[in-house]
Design a protein around this ligand. Structure first.
Ligand SMILES: Nc1ncnc2c1ncn2[C@@H]1O[C@H](COP(=O)(O)OP(=O)(O)OP(=O)(O)O)[C@@H](O)[C@H]1O
Ligand SMILES: [Mg+2]
Length: 342
């Protein structure tokens, strides 16, 4: 019997959690979908506690109050910074917060599938088990792109490329639960684009005042590769006065910067299969994660891979919830023996 069918009588809430560097999301079997930016902040002292009025803050609210807080982004590069108590504590707070947002009924048992970046699965499994032990009854930790693949029913001859903030994760599906060699993580992703864009803009406009947060917003609004019609101009203060700045070239360069590594890793991973499977996988490549929203990225990847024969690349419809929806579907379908009781 599938877990799903037993959930009502056993009073179980299934949840899929996508633990991301920049955003974390939850999808639950009671149809809740919620997300939060992966920032946690604690008031620095008793004055800050009075100012912010809460013992712990999350996401955008934490960022807004950052001057009063000890701020932690616990999953930089997709790994819980092991041994650093604060970041373990922060992961725990994020998971607790997400589960609260999913509104479990009192007494309901929680079965969670948590998606984490592919390469770091082993390290993270331990840290995550510690972080969720208090409020989850059963757990399974899977790689993020595997969760995306499962959610989209891409179980055979497919490659998922999840372009996140801290990492880009690859996972090849060939009809079984993916093994270690079917998955790979590289650090060329959204944060990397932000850093490049920040440095290109600093170089071009040394007298203008902007910070990393503004730069990320410019990117999220205007990201593109290759060509896009029209100008890209943003308002940035110079000597206290708002001035329009042309940032089109810099946006393109920063976004294109992550692509060679992505194309190269894709080619390497596919090359391990025999030619018959290579063709099938190449015609079933799916981009997910916030980076899949970059305009022109699908065409760029597809054309780069076409050099060596036919190829088809598509993007997931809902990059924000593709991971957690897939994790939820896994939770609902998974036979009992795969669950790890806590
Ligand atoms: N329209 C957009 N164009 C380009 N990048 C975008 C866009 N929207 C969001 N992003 C970027 O996508 C990244 C967030 O994506 P996502 O939520 O998939 O990552 P994550 O899961 O938090 O990170 P990771 O998977 O690395 O742990 C951020 O770098 C964000 O700036
Ligand atoms: Mg992610």
């Amino acid at each position: 019997m599938k877990q799903k069918e037993s959930s009502k009588e056993d009073n179980i809430l299934f949840v899929g959690i996508d633990l991301g560097t920049s955003r974390s999301s939850i999808s639950a079997s009671n149809d809740t979908r919620e997300w939060v930016e992966s920032y946690v902040g604690w008031p620095r002292d008793f004055i800050s506690l009075q100012v912010v009025g809460k013992p712990v803050l999350f996401g955008a609210e934490a960022l807004k109050n950052r001057l009063s807080l000890d701020l932690c982004r616990p999953l930089e590069h997709g790994v819980i910074k092991e041994g650093i108590e604060k970041s373990e504590e922060a992961v725990k707070e994020i998971i607790k917060y997400l589960i609260d947002l999913a509104k479990p009924e009192s007494g309901q048992k929680i079965y969670a599938v948590v998606g984490v970046p592919a390469d770091t699965l082993k390290v993270n499994k331990l840290a995550i088990r510690k972080a969720v032990a208090e409020f989850v009854h059963s757990l399974m930790v899977v790689s993020e792109p595997f969760a995306v693949a499962y959610g989209m029913n891409l179980l055979n001859n497919a490659l998922v490329i999840d372009i996140g903030a801290g990492t880009t994760d690859f996972c090849i599906m060939h009809g079984t639960i993916p093994a270690e060699e079917d998955q790979k993580t590289i650090l060329n992703a959204g944060d990397d684009i932000d850093e490049k864009l920040f440095s290109y803009l600093t170089e071009k406009y040394p007298n203008s005042r902007f910070n990393k947060n503004m730069v990320r917003q410019f990117k999220e609004q205007y990201s593109f590769v290759r060509e896009t019609p029209g100008d890209i101009r943003v308002e940035i203060p110079v000597d206290g006065k708002p001035v329009m700045h042309d940032i089109k070239n810099e946006i393109r360069r920063a976004c294109e910067n992550i692509l060679p590594a992505i194309v190269e890793t894709t080619t390497e991973m596919i090359a391990r299969f025999d030619p018959e499977f290579q063709v099938k996988i190449k015609n079933n490549i799916v981009l997910s994660g916030g980076g899949s929203l970059i305009r022109g990225i699908r065409e760029y990847v597809q054309d780069s891979l076409k050099e060596y024969g036919s190829c088809s690349v598509t993007c997931v419809e809902d990059p924000l919830f593709a991971g957690s929806n897939g994790a939820l579907k896994l939770a609902e379908d998974m036979p009992a023996k795969y669950w790890e009781p806590l």
